[in-house]
Design a protein around this ligand. Structure first.
Ligand SMILES: [Cu+2]
Length: 272
C-alpha cells in the first residue's frame, strides 16, 4: 500500500507542519474550511473579473469607435497574446494539484498517526457479520455495543466473518472496509461523551440497512469501572449494574437485534 511518493509526502508534510492534527473530526473540518475558503476565493475572482469585463465592454455611446471591439456574433479574441490564458491555466493547475497533494498527504498522515501517546491506546477488534457488529476487547470481552472512553485514541482492527462490509461512524468521521480474511486498521477518538451510531456502508444483503451498532463514549472513570467488570467472551456477570445488559446476549451468531432475513437473502451473498 505504501508508495515511495506517499512516504516522501509524509516526511515533507510532517516536517513542514502543514498537516492538521487532532481528531478526525477536527482534521476533516480543516480540510472542509480550506476547500471552502479557496473555492470562495476562486469564485470571487472569476465572477468579479467576469462582471468587471461585462461592465468595461458594455454597449453604449462611442462603442463603435474601438476597431478591436467584437462585432455581434463574433468571439472576442481576448488579447494579450495568450498570456491571460496561460496565467489562468497555470494558476488553476497550481491550486488544484496543491489541493490534491495536501489532502492526500493529510489523509495518509492522519490514518497512520493518530493523536495521543504511542502505547497508551486501546485495541479493539471489530467483526462484521450479517447483520451486525461484534466488538472484542483486549481482555476477550465481546459485545454488540462499542464502549470507549472520551479523549482516548482507540485503535480498531476491522474484519468480517462472512461477506464484505464497511464499518463507519459518520459523526466521528471513521470508515473502513471489513473484509473476510483480512484486517484493516483504523482509529477513532471522541472528545465528547454521548452515543453515536456505527453502521455498515457496503451493501451486504437484505439486513444491510439494519446493520447498526451503538458507539457509547463514556467518561474515562466510568469506562474503567465498566471495563473492570467485563471478563472474557461472556463475562459480564455484573452486567446490570454496569449498564451493559443487552450486550452479552448478542455476540456472534446470535444477532438478536437484527431482523429475521428470508432465505432468498443468501442469493445476495458475496463468495469470499
Ligand atoms: Cu454489511
Amino acid at each position: 500500500m505504501k508508495l515511495g511518493a506517499g512516504d516522501y509526502a509524509h516526511v515533507v508534510l510532517q516536517q513542514g507542519g502543514i498537516v492538521p492534527k487532532g481528531t478526525r473530526v477536527e482534521v476533516f473540518r480543516q480540510i472542509f474550511t480550506v476547500f471552502l475558503a479557496l473555492g470562495t476565493l476562486v469564485g470571487v475572482v472569476v465572477v468579479g473579473y467576469m462582471v468587471y469585463n461585462a461592465y468595461k465592454y458594455r454597449d453604449g455611446d462611442g462603442r463603435g469607435d474601438d476597431p478591436d471591439a467584437p462585432r455581434l456574433g463574433e468571439l472576442p479574441t481576448g488579447g494579450g497574446g495568450g498570456r491571460k490564458l496561460f496565467l489562468s491555466f497555470g494558476l488553476s493547475t497550481i491550486i488544484v494539484v496543491s489541493l490534491i497533494a495536501w489532502t492526500y498527504g493529510t489523509l495518509l498522515y492522519v490514518e497512520e498517526n493518530p493523536p495521543g501517546e504511542e502505547g497508551e491506546t486501546t485495541n479493539i477488534e471489530v467483526v462484521g457479520f450479517r447483520f451486525g457488529w461484534e466488538f472484542v476487547y483486549p481482555n476477550g470481552h465481546s459485545a454488540s455495543t462499542l464502549r470507549v472512553p472520551e479523549n482516548e485514541t482507540i485503535r480498531l482492527s476491522v474484519t468480517s466473518d462472512d461477506v464484505f462490509h464497511t464499518f463507519g461512524v459518520p459523526d466521528l468521521r471513521v470508515k473502513t472496509d471489513a473484509i473476510p480474511g483480512q484486517t484493516t486498521d483504523t482509529w477513532l477518538r471522541a472528545d465528547e461523551t454521548g452515543t453515536y451510531e456505527a453502521r455498515c456502508f457496503e451493501l451486504c444483503g437484505a439486513g444491510h440497512s439494519y446493520m447498526t451498532a451503538e458507539v457509547v463514549v463514556m467518561e474515562p472513570d466510568e469506562y474503567e469501572a465498566w471495563y473492570a467488570n467485563t471478563s472474557g467472551p461472556n463475562g459480564n456477570s455484573n452486567s446490570s449494574s454496569a449498564g451493559d445488559a443487552p450486550d452479552g446476549s448478542s455476540a456472534l451468531g446470535a444477532p438478536t437485534g437484527a431482523p429475521s432475513v428470508p432465505a432468498a437473502a443468501s442469493s445476495l451473498e458475496v463468495v469470499a
